[in-house]
Design a protein around this ligand. Structure first.
Ligand code: PAF
Length: 283
């Protein structure tokens, strides 16, 4: 496995792989890798001849009061995870390798980027879509792999790829969970042991939503209300949103359509740690 911080050298390496007729899979990450990321690299390994993982804590997707400076950086362990999962190449740029000081271009998906996460984290998705576009330009993948845990992110990236005719297939991989159901996240390590005990209630609320959707009587709005009551019942989770939305447009659903589909989405804070999770629903 090669490790390289220069965009030019990464580009040359993937071009060489392509010249040899290999298909290329890319797994963009911000490091602090866990089993969820490993599942993405493994999936990329199983579907492509050449696998590039990228590790870059992207400053432009963090708000001014967010955790950019304290975001966990665990490069040595990350490289071991990448090696074990079968990556061929790991791109580890510095900020100056990715952004010129006088850069003036952003990539923005309007609409989808303004709701839910976008409403609570203004500018976040502009940072994501801009850096992902740059990573696609540098690694020129046939397929790129993202986790369903960041449901809105993968939807926005799909929209961007479609709108900009980018020649890459987006693959969304299932959420990987801890034994008690908490979705794996690099930010889980911020939780105190008390907070960690409560964090599973987010998954419990999503399971409740799944049960209620399956049982067929509650409307999406009622399901969303029940999730909120469950979360607020912990006394410590601060709910930013708990909604049931259209899985493609993210427009909040009010009424139940038999045979329809939705997605339950939650963002909640535990102390200073912000957690998100989601569950696809069938009515
Ligand atoms: O999901 C992430 O880790 C990041 O948002 C991504 C896609 C790597 C862009 O920085």
């Amino acid at each position: 496995m090669d490790v390289e911080s220069s965009p030019k050298k990464i580009h040359a390496a993937v071009r060489e792989a392509r010249r040899r007729g290999l298909t290329i899979g890319c797994v963009p990450t911000m490091g602090a890798l866990h089993a969820g990321h490993v599942s993405l690299v493994q999936r990329a390994r199983s579907e492509n001849d050449f696998v590039v993982a990228t590790i870059f804590v992207n400053p432009t997707q963090f708000g001014p009061t967010e955790d950019f400076s304290r975001y966990p950086r665990t490069l040595d362990a990350d490289l071991e995870f990448c090696r074990a999962a079968g990556a061929d190449l790991v791109f580890t740029p510095q900020v100056a390798d990715m952004y010129a000081a006088d850069a003036q271009t952003i990539v923005r998906v309007t609409g989808l980027s303004t709701v839910l996460e976008g409403a609570h984290r203004p500018g976040h998705f502009d940072g994501v879509t801009t850096v992902v576009t740059k990573l696609f330009q540098i690694t020129e993948p046939d397929r790129a792999y993202f986790g369903q845990k960041d449901y809105q992110q993968q939807l926005i990236i799909r929209r961007m790829v479609q709108d900009l005719n980018l020649p890459v297939t987006i693959v969304t991989c299932p959420i990987v969970r801890e034994a008690d159901g908490l979705a794996m996240s690099s930010r889980n390590r911020y939780l105190s042991s008390e907070e960690r005990g409560v964090a599973k209630e987010i998954f419990q609320a999503l399971q409740l939503a799944e049960q209620l959707a399956g049982s067929g009587s509650d409307s999406p709005q009622e399901i969303a209300d029940r999730m909120r009551v469950h979360l607020e019942g912990t006394g410590v989770l601060t709910v930013q949103y708990a909604v049931v939305a259209d899985p493609e447009t993210l427009v909040t659903q009010q009424t139940r359509v038999s045979g329809g589909a939705g997605v339950a989405l939650i963002a909640a804070k535990l102390g200073s740690t912000r957690l998100i999770d989601n569950q696809l629903l069938n009515y």
